[in-house]
Unconditional design. Structure first.
Length: 88
């Protein structure tokens, strides 16, 4: 039983690490897209069409935030992978 619980814990941690890495990759990709002026203009136009206000400055700030958060998530993912290897 204890062996099964440890194995399940390792597998759960490893899966969480992969999921977190995938999410970080998505965040980093969107952060990179937001650096493109044409992409930002399209988003602003789409939001304007729905009666919502979205600014270029907000999107540039979001780009930096997403990139920073992706870095944090990547570090957390590495920690989870390490924990999954160390779980006995």
């Amino acid at each position: 039983m204890a062996i099964d619980a440890a194995r399940m814990a390792r597998e759960s941690l490893a899966k969480a690490a992969v999921d977190m890495q995938d999410a970080a990759r998505d965040m980093r990709t969107e952060g990179e897209r937001l650096r493109n002026p044409a992409y930002r203009a399209r988003l602003i136009s789409e939001h304007r069409g729905r009666g919502e206000t979205l600014t270029d400055a907000h999107l540039l700030s979001l780009s930096r935030t997403l990139t920073d958060q992706a870095g944090t998530m990547e570090a957390q993912s590495r920690d989870l992978r390490r924990q999954s290897r160390e779980t006995r």
